[in-house]
Write a protein that binds this ligand. Structure first.
Ligand SMILES: Nc1ncnc2c1ncn2[C@@H]1O[C@H](COP(=O)(O)OP(=O)(O)O)[C@@H](O)[C@H]1O
Ligand SMILES: [Mg+2]
Length: 352
């Protein structure tokens, strides 16, 4: 996959003499310790991340773990004092921390669009005006604005509402306007900082679906912040988990659920539904000698779809389920193994 954002071992430190904190960061001192000794706050330490074209990467972690700070590094809004940020644009690679003012303005107006929490719709403007707000702020001329607004409203099925005041819409529809606005700027990279966190669960789930649908059609590259692992699993192609300013694990949702890097990640995983990511293959016992089984169930298997399917094996192991893949038995699972396989996993640890 083509990379659109590269973050290479950056440190982001808030404070007057931020560089003084670096030796302590390198020596592995804690945030609190560094704050006590230097008065500086470590926002993010030694973080690396990539975002591929068309990919959704979710930054996930507890409040204060550095998600917003890392997100803002992409458009130059966080105090990065070491390391490198590279954003690939149609005008070449731009590092927001070394770019001149003009290039930085262009980056923010054309390439990277920041989506504000709860979308901040303005009640006294019409639906169309709200969608066009970001465009207006980044200086897109009136005519082009009108075209893009129409296009985006069409995408979220709100064309008929363009000239209505935003107040006339239901809460869910209003959020769709917000989403349309986010996608309307035309920037290929979107930074979304907990856009759904303040919504009630039902509307939130709808908007997540809407986002995924828009993404299917428009293929943006999205860095999305969430403190909710279920949301991260649903939306993310990959998830980067942050703890106390560090990126501690970057993996696919399935990889995170199967192999949490430490107890902090395992605690998040324990509160999610593993069925959303795990497949039968993840928990089955692979068939050692397949010939016998293959013969016995050959007839059944013939009718199985090539996709992985579960079939009940009415054999000498009642209660056992056979896992069929590509027309062949790949493994078996008993009820007990299913229960064990779905139980929260803990990272392996040396026994005391
Ligand atoms: N503008 C700022 N000035 C000083 N410290 C900040 C600022 N923004 C964030 N921080 C600190 O950086 C750390 C990470 O914050 P943040 O990135 O907002 O975390 P998150 O988004 O994961 O909740 C916190 O300790 C926070 O207090
Ligand atoms: Mg935040």
């Amino acid at each position: 996959m083509e990379t659109v954002v590269e973050i290479n071992t950056i440190d982001i430190i808030y404070g007057k003499h931020a560089r003084r904190a670096l030796p302590l960061v390198d020596a592995g001192h804690s945030r609190d310790d560094i704050h006590a000794r230097t008065g500086n706050l470590v926002g993010v330490a030694n973080a690396s991340l990539t975002l591929g074209r068309g990919e959704i990467v979710v930054l996930m972690g507890l409040s204060g773990s550095g998600k917003s700070t890392l997100l803002r590094a992409v458009n130059g809004l966080a105090p990065v004092i070491r390391g490198e940020v590279r954003v690939h644009t149609d005008k070449g690679v731009v590092n927001p921390y070394t770019a001149n003012a003009k290039a930085l303005r262009a980056l923010r107006a054309r390439s990277v669009s920041m989506v504000f929490q709860q979308f901040a719709l303005l009640p006294w403007l019409s639906v169309a005006e709200n969608v066009g707000l970001g465009l207006e702020l980044s200086g897109v001329p009136r005519r082009e604005r009108r075209e893009r607004i129409e296009e985006q409203l069409h995408l979220v099925n709100l064309s008929d509402w363009a000239d209505h005041p935003i107040d006339a819409l239901s809460g869910g529809m209003q959020q769709r306007v917000g989403l349309a606005r986010a996608f309307a700027t035309g920037a290929p990279i979107l930074l979304m900082d907990e856009p759904f966190s303040a919504l009630d669960p039902l509307i939130r789930a709808h908007l997540q679906d809407e986002l995924l649908e828009l993404q299917q059609r428009l293929r943006k590259s999205i860095l999305f912040v969430s403190h909710d692992l279920d949301e991260a699993i649903k939306l993310g192609n990959r998830i980067a988990i942050m703890q106390a300013g560090k990126v501690i694990q970057t993996d696919t949702p399935r990889g995170i659920v199967k192999n949490p890097a430490n107890d902090y990640v395992a605690d998040f995983v324990a509160n999610t539904n593993p069925l959303t990511v795990l497949t039968a293959e993840d928990i089955m016992k692979p068939v050692a000698s397949r010939s016998q089984l293959d013969t016995r169930i050959a007839a059944t298997v013939k009718s199985a779809t090539p996709a992985m399917t579960l079939i009940r094996l009415l054999s000498d192991r009642p209660g056992t389920i056979g896992v069929v893949e590509g027309g062949r038995i790949a493994g078996t699972i008993s009820h007990r193994e299913i229960a064990a396989g779905l139980a929260p996993r803990r990272p392996e640890r040396p026994t005391a």
